[in-house]
Design a protein around this ligand. Structure first.
Ligand code: ZN
Length: 144
């Protein structure tokens, strides 16, 4: 069995038990909220704008281990990225979670989320952080 077919890989448990960038930023420029009523996952994401870059990300995630791990991976991967880079990464992760493309690198933590693809209900758990980030990026861009 390929590693990516296992839903609860060690890397997912590690991120859910030790979430990166956990907690809201005190000086956020944008705050975005998302929820997944199917599972009860709730997520609030705060961004600090750094002249077109995501200077900092802070996330308050409550819910299942998949949703929390996904949020942690997002924060780790996106902090420091430009808005354009962030859009490209979000696009790729969403396509991977929906099964449109294959996971790109077994060594990339995010690829571990591919395990949800066999469980349609869990895909929404994994997507939550990424769709919430898209809202935040739109707010950031609207601010100019
Ligand atoms: Zn969930």
């Amino acid at each position: 069995m390929a590693l990516s077919e296992d839903l609860y890989r060690d890397v997912i448990l590690d991120h859910s038990q030790n979430p990166r960038h956990s907690g809201m930023l005190a000086d956020a420029d944008v705050v975005s909220e998302g929820n997944n009523p199917l599972c009860g996952d709730q997520l609030t994401l705060s961004l600090k704008d750094g002249a077109g870059r995501i200077a900092a990300i802070g996330i308050d995630a409550k819910g299942c281990s998949i949703s929390q791990a996904s949020a942690s991976m997002l924060a780790e991967a996106l902090e420091g990225k430009t808005v354009a880079e962030a859009h490209a990464i979000v696009h790729g992760v969403k396509a991977m979670l929906k099964g449109e493309i294959e996971p790109w690198d077994e060594d990339d933590d995010i690829s571990a989320l591919a395990g949800v693809r066999k469980y349609p209900v869990r895909i929404k758990c994994a997507l939550l952080a990424w769709t919430t980030l898209e809202q935040a990026l739109a707010s950031l861009e609207a601010k100019g």
